[in-house]
Design a protein around this ligand. Structure first.
Ligand code: BGC
Length: 838
């Protein structure tokens, strides 16, 4: 590979080299046919592969959210997810997947919390390693992102995060280090934010010295989209590729900087070498065998089946009490799984919640993909319930008071016209959203397009006053049934995020009374405004909301449905305006009147199961008053099928919390996401997540890191530790834990190993009381035992010595603890750590 890359490099002139380091459009690098280099295509993102079209007419398999993947605590499953994503990428002509996101859950308010894995760097590193390994085994590159400390969204382009070197090393850099060393990713994405005074795309110390120098990373570094701002700074800082194009600080500007002697040609050559190496690895450089031969790729993966498997393995059963006795005292079986067999107690089921019918399966922003189908909880349960079990549905409460992109009942197409009215092209629109980013319908160029009309019919499901509205910028003219509801100019918002500014919020423009089943003509003409930063993009939406029903009447209907059933399942969800890229949350409450809905349903006395459909922590103030709480995250396209599997007991829920859930936001030890004068100070140092909860133990969280129940019980029977050699190597030794399945059905247990610091530790530096040092998943039938074997890495007994600028082993007698969560530790054994003899 090396010789071919050198040969290709030698054949390039300086301008072409500079051009090769800049996006030619939103998603790709230019081809150079003279050296046999094809255009390298990149695409988001963690839960699927969107491809170069940002629309629903190019569907993708949508897996559960990254928080859900991490909740499986199963790197092998993450690897299988990677195999599917590689298969999807190949199908869509994508060479590099813009994932995984391995930033940490520092504050529960972080807007992209759902898109990252965990509050714990070890768990994040293990899941990320599985994921990257899987994608790359399929011959597709990854960009581990966002390097580094991109843990919140407020002022995301400019914030300078002030983080101690120790916290960087022990927390935020740690997953990147683990993944670079064990999965050897072909790419890393430099974050928008700055760290300690330097914006990340130009961060020489972290990119060149730590990532490449110390860890031996040999892939390419790509900027987050528009993150590179300075030609010379980025090149010196080690950034290889500036995205997106066509206007970037590389390309022509880089060529000029080389000519003027401001950038050394050798630095450009190094960056081009890395791009050519990437091309060779993914099979886009003629004459070089790709890193993975097609015959060595994993076999075909069934996307629907895998999405369903990951979903049910990720669901976290937070609580499961005996029916009729919320305090768990009374005899009888726990409410889950629901016994719907002929002799069982459940002959009728109430399903309640807006998200039970219109499932919320993924988070918003660049992680968005468009699946070709979504199994809602209502569909999933209908399909799985025995025919003699009655299922009644009620909305109960609508979590959103906003208009949503036109969907159900709309038949729409987009017609593109030039300024003189000539039709340039058209394309079908599966929803009211037009989101063309650098990619337009056939025959259309961004330069020539003037208006885009979303036009077609709407056949309502219900009679009444339907609301219509618009989202986006530019001239907008909205007509429904011949009536003009809006004709005006929507000016730019003052947001500094071009995507946010452009998309904006949905705005109601008027109501029209319609009759169920009678179609009406709709049209929204957008006179396209230039996209900020000169992106060739068109983004606007026709939005709609069905006639609103009285909120009190909805609640009463839900109570009536629940009262008449043997059990009630309430699906409570967040919305796109709560969890998305581009902004942080301001509270952790479930939107709308959902808390009240849960309380009123539970008060009927019907055993109530609450399914929490959210990508990140929400407050569950009623959690002690309901029979069961099942966290389904953003469960991906097979949401309802997986939910039926778990609720009805075909499978047990397999998830364990990858992040501690507070009772109330105010209790969370680290919350701040809003910078002050451009800086966000990580004042808490190395104490985030459970490390912080254990230190500031004023109050207990609702559910600790690692918590999650299954459908069987486990006894922890024995534990031992065997030291590895003389202590000079990378491993401390091996822990073995024997567990017994004491329940009546086969189950899977995640055996978690925490390493607690020696008694009286803290003389030199204060360390967290314990940290997750390893874990293993085992399965066993009723009465059977299984052994978990976990290797403890030396890093678990090290701390970053700020003064010496290196890792320092802290000798002493540690305690390895085996348990079911960080707070539910069942067995322990001493782990003596001595300084290696020199
Ligand atoms: C996000 C990245 C994403 C990129 C391309 C950015 O706004 O931060 O995670 O990969 O857009 O869509």
């Amino acid at each position: 590979m090396g010789a071919a890359v050198e040969k290709a490099l030698g054949a390039l002139d300086p301008d072409t080299k500079a051009r090769l380091l800049a996006g030619q459009d939103m998603w790709s690098l230019p081809a150079v046919p003279s050296i046999g280099l094809r255009s390298l295509v990149m695409s988001d993102g963690p839960i699927g592969v969107r491809g170069v079209h940002w629309t629903a007419d190019d569907p993708s398999v949508a897996l559960p959210s990254p928080t859900a993947l991490a909740a499986t605590w199963d790197p092998a499953l993450a690897r299988r997810a990677g195999h599917l994503l590689a298969q999807e990428a190949r199908r869509k002509g994508v060479h590099v997947l813009l994932a995984p996101t391995v930033n940490l859950h520092r504050s529960p308010l972080g807007g992209r919390h759902f898109e990252a894995y965990s509050e714990d760097p070890h768990l994040t590193g293990e899941i990320g390693t599985g994921y990257v390994t899987g994608v790359q085994e399929g011959g597709i590159g990854t960009t581990v992102k966002h390097f580094v400390a991109n843990d919140a969204e407020t002022e995301r382009f400019t914030v300078d995060n002030r983080v101690s070197t120790r916290a960087l090393r022990e927390l935020y850099l740690a997953p990147f280090e683990a993944i670079v060393k064990s999965a050897r990713p072909w790419g890393v994405m430099a974050a928008y934010n700055g760290v300690n005074g330097s914006t990340m795309t130009a961060h020489r110390e972290l990119q060149r010295e730590v990532l490449r120098g110390e860890w031996g990373f040999d892939g390419f570094i790509v900027s987050d989209w528009t993150a590179a701002r300075d030609t010379v700074g980025a090149m010196r800082g080690g950034l290889d590729v500036a995205m997106p194009g066509p206007r970037t600080v590389y390309g022509e500007e880089l060529a000029a900087a080389v000519r003027q002697g401001r950038v050394a040609e050798s630095e450009v050559d190094d960056a081009v070498r890395r791009v050519l190496t990437l091309a060779a690895r993914v099979g886009a450089l003629d004459g070089v065998a790709p890193a993975v031969a097609p015959t060595d790729r994993p076999g075909p993966v069934d996307g629907d089946a895998l999405a369903r498997e990951i979903a049910r393995r990720s669901f976290v059963l937070l609580r499961n009490e005996r029916a009729g006795a919320p305090d768990g005292e009374a005899a009888g079986k726990p409410v889950l799984p629901l016994d719907t067999t002929e002799s069982g107690s459940i002959r009728s089921l109430a399903l309640i919640g807006a998200a039970a019918r219109d499932a919320r399966v993924l988070g918003g922003g660049s992680a968005l993909v468009f699946p070709d189908h979504i199994v809602s909880p209502l569909d999933g349960l209908r399909a799985a319930l025995p025919p003699d079990v009655r299922l009644d549905y009620a909305v109960g409460a609508d979590p959103s008071d906003e208009l949503a992109p036109a969907g159900e009942g709309f038949e729409l197409r987009a017609v593109v016209r030039a300024a003189d009215g000539r039709v340039l092209g058209a394309s079908p629109l599966p929803s009211g959203q037009v989101q063309w980013v650098g990619d337009f319908p056939e025959g259309v160029t961004y330069e020539e397009l003037h208006t885009v009309e979303t036009v077609g019919t709407f056949t309502p499901r219900e009679s009444g006053a339907h609301s219509f509205g618009t989202r986006g910028l530019g001239g907008l003219r909205l007509t429904v049934g011949g009536e003009v509801l809006y004709d005006g100019e929507q000016g730019p918002a003052d947001a500094d995020d071009p995507f946010e500014a452009f998309m904006g919020s949905p705005l109601p423009r008027g109501q029209v009374r319609l009759t169920a089943g009678e179609p009406v003509e709709v049209s929204l003409v957008c006179t396209v405004a230039p996209f900020p930063d000169a992106f060739p993009a068109v983004c606007f939406s026709l939005v709609h909301r069905a006639p609103e029903r009285d909120a009190e009447a909805l609640l009463e209907e839900a109570v009536a449905v629940a009262s008449a059933a043997d059990a009630a399942v309430v699906v409570a969800a967040t919305t796109e305006s709560v969890e998305s890229e581009g902004f942080d949350r301001t509270d952790l409450r479930l939107p709308g009147r959902q808390d009240e809905l849960v309380r009123r349903v539970a008060a009927t006395g019907t055993p109530t199961v609450v399914v929490v459909n959210a990508g990140s922590p929400v407050e569950l103030p009623w959690r002690e008053d309901v029979a069961a709480v099942l966290l389904s995250w953003f469960p991906g396209q097979e949401a309802g099928a997986a939910l039926a599997d778990v609720l009805l007991g075909a499978e047990e829920p397999g998830g364990r919390l990858p992040t501690t859930w507070p009772k109330r936001l105010e209790d969370a030890p680290v919350r701040e996401v809003v910078p002050s004068e451009g800086q966000l100070v990580y004042e808490e140092g190395v104490f985030i997540g459970y490390r912080a909860w254990e230190r500031w133990s004023g109050t207990a969280p609702a559910y600790w890191f690692g918590h999650g129940l299954g459908y069987t019980d486990w006894a922890y029977e024995s534990m031992n530790f065997t030291a590895a050699g003389d202590g000079a190597g990378e491993e401390l030794g091996t822990v073995r834990v024997r567990v017994r399945n004491t329940g009546v059905r086969t189950g899977r247990e995640v055996v978690q190993i925490y390493l607690a610091v020696p008694e009286g530790d803290g003389g030199v530096v204060e360390r967290p009381a314990r940290r997750l040092a390893g874990f293993a998943t085992v399965a066993a039938g009723p009465g059977e035992t299984a052994e978990a074997t976990v290797t403890l890495g030396r890093r678990a007994a090290e701390t970053w010595d700020e003064a010496a600028g290196g890792w320092r082993l802290m000798p002493g007698v540690y305690t390895a603890e085996a348990g079911r969560s960080v707070a539910d530790r069942r067995l322990s054994t001493p782990v003596p750590v001595a300084m290696p003899k020199v």
